[in-house]
Design a protein around this ligand. Structure first.
Ligand code: FES
Ligand code: FE2
Length: 329
């Protein structure tokens, strides 16, 4: 990628930054299933083969253009087109044509895909460049299955992710008090890390002091971890996927680390933990719905009138420039 100084940056960032972006939750894809997802203004097909491997491919068959997400199927480890029955390996190679030897040009477009923390992520990057990897958090069996929700936003991944460093809005928009930085923003290549604390007022319970760790890997992967009263660790994912010029699908997920030990313990704790999980997802979506009208209607200002209490928005924006190239602007 080019150095930031080499880029002519227009007022708003180009619509499709490079990076890893969520296109499905793992729970949506049982073995042998495929689904269509919208990604950077085109359709792709995401699938899981009979052995459980994840793949993401261009939606259109290279033979005569049928949409594989409409009638195509997973056959063992391969994909079969519904139109003339060509079959493809997940590498993209055509393995079968009913007319004999497959034409050499019959090759599916394949996207790099990873399954991280119960989410299927695909790569968008400059051709020929090896993707960097998301630093996956531990995903042991103590982490309960994700609870998920998708929200469609009229926004941009950079704008939504900017929330993680916009400390000022936490009190005004979300009503959090005593917002303070615990660990200053640290950038390391495509990764950002920071921690902060605040007091949140909950009905009946009163003020709760919360400390949160934020991990951002590119503009499509944002993970918040915290411990709630009672000692449960929870995780919150807000993964923004660019689907159109100013269209984002936010893949939202929460997970709780069970405190139960053994089968009996799990059975005893399950009802309590299920209630907590529901409340957490509800609370996360509630806060995002407070942000949504701002995101949906705001304008990106390349030269905002930043104030002292804003948080490291300038540093965040300089860091974000690495996800664009000069050719995009
Ligand atoms: S269009 Fe897919 S096999 Fe012909
Ligand atoms: Fe927010």
């Amino acid at each position: 990628m080019k150095s930031p100084a080499a880029r002519g940056f227009s007022d708003s960032p180009p619509p499709y930054p490079y990076g890893w972006f969520a296109v499905a939750f793992s729970s949506e894809l049982s073995n042998g299933k495929m689904l269509t997802a919208r990604f950077i203004d085109r359709d792709i097909v995401v699938l899981r083969t009979a052995s459980g491997a994840i793949s993401a491919i261009e939606a259109y068959c290279p033979h005569l253009g049928a949409h594989l997400g409409h009638g195509g199927s997973v056959v063992g480890e391969e994909i079969r087109c519904p139109f003339h029955g060509f079959q493809f390996a997940t590498s993209g190679r055509c393995t079968f044509s009913p007319y004999g030897t497959p034409p050499p040009a019959a090759r599916l477009g394949v996207l790099e895909a990873r399954e991280i923390c119960g989410v299927v992520m695909v790569w968008h990057g400059p051709s020929g460049e090896t993707p960097w990897e998301i630093e996956a958090p531990d995903a042991g069996p103590e982490w309960r299955p994700l609870r998920t929700k998708k929200l469609t936003l009229h926004s941009h991944p950079q704008e939504v992710t900017e929330n993680s460093v916009d400390f000022g809005h936490l009190s005004e928009l979300h009503g959090f008090r005593n917002v303070r930085v615990v660990r200053d923003l640290a950038a390391d290549g495509p990764r950002l890390r920071t921690s902060y604390a605040f007091t949140r007022t909950m009905p009946l319970i009163g003020g709760i002091d919360t400390e949160i760790d934020i991990r951002v890997d590119g503009l499509g992967f944002s993970l918040v971890e915290m411990t709630i009263p009672g000692g449960w660790a929870i995780r919150q994912l807000v993964l923004t996927t660019p689907v159109g010029e100013r269209g984002v699908v936010a893949h939202i997920a929460t997970s709780l680390r069970t405190r139960a030990k053994g089968l009996v313990g799990r059975a005893v704790w399950r009802p309590v933990e299920t209630l907590i999980e529901r409340a957490i997802l509800y609370a996360v979506v509630l806060e995002l719905r407070r942000d949504q009208p701002i995101w949906d209607n705001k304008k990106y200002l390349s030269r905002p009138a930043l104030a002292a209490g804003d948080g490291p928005i300038g540093r965040y924006r300089r860091w974000a420039r690495q996800f664009y190239s000069e050719e995009m602007s």
